[in-house]
Write a protein that binds this ligand. Sequence first.
Ligand code: SF4
Length: 380
Amino acid sequence: METKLNKLCDESWKNLKDIIVFGYGRYGRRALSYLKKDFNIIAIIDNDIQKRDQIVDGVKVINFNDALEIIYKYNIIVTVQGFYYQEICKQLEDAGLVEHINFTTWIQFFTEWYYKYKRMICVEKTDIPITSFCSLNCKNCSVFTPYIKKKKHEKIDDIRKSVDLFFEKVDKVLDMNLYGGEPFLHPQLCEIIDILANYRDRIGYLGIITNGTIIPDEKVIDALKRYNIGISISDYTKSIDYADKLEELCRVLEYHKISITRTKNMVWFDLGFPPVKIKYNESSAKKHMEYCNMACHDLIGSKIYYCIADRAAQMEGLIAPDGKSYINLMEVDKNDLEARKEILELCAGNVEGGYLEFCKICGGYGHDNQSIIPAARQKY
Ligand code: SF4
């Protein structure tokens, strides 16, 4: 397979020092905290007028029109994904800029630039599913939780083996989250956090993704504080009546100065599965997977899966196993940079044929999925 780590042209990227960051949302903030260590940030562009003129670490947030004077002078790292990236890509191309010469995605940059010019294996994002138990029962759950017949908490020893194996082969991960189901339901969450704490200096943002229905106990709160773990709350109070509980959780976390990212007014993409309702053929599935541009990869057992939805569907027996959708870390030689590079290739979506088998029946997260639905509709 041809590498996906040769998109950035040396002439414009090799000796990079000054950059513009486009997008100051959740991913933008995390990317920025890493980028500012290695690069001079000239400006942050965001299309949201409400963010205009905010000062972030001494750098001003400006709107696209205000940036027209500088976008031709500096390379741009775009920190949004999927559908939103395609919109920004068009905006930049309409202004005469060229993808991978003048601008690129944050994921492409992080994986390719650090590999090519620093000889490091840096994965942008890998999450760890720790339980399939959940306090909600969302019909369109991205990991099909309501359709899992035998729910379980992942075992501590299995998680330890996975994490040790991962950091034997990967130098850094920028963004790593524990999720479920509902991760605060795992009775050994503190032990899981302790396992990750061994590698805390190699993880940029370490977080837990919760629906905000559970208040963690004091032991967990202490561990969150000790290891600087952020909480991403998916706020479904528009569809489900639990606002009091969620506000209480926010109060507890704020009191303990634990970082919260709370996403309100969420909408979801309907993946159209299960049962099978969508069909892409072999020639259209490749483009479909490209549009989806999946950024959430899972670490479970000895494997990293490219796509969380595909991983869940396979593991729960909803679809047939697909050998090209993961990399088995046991088979990667830790002393061989080229072998370790295969991890980056997988995370960049470089799979045989250009698509996963599941992409043929999954709506995905790209602009070709027009089925936008209210978040967290419950399955009764
Ligand atoms: S389209 Fe493919 S990559 Fe995207 S969510 Fe579906 S299975 Fe995953």
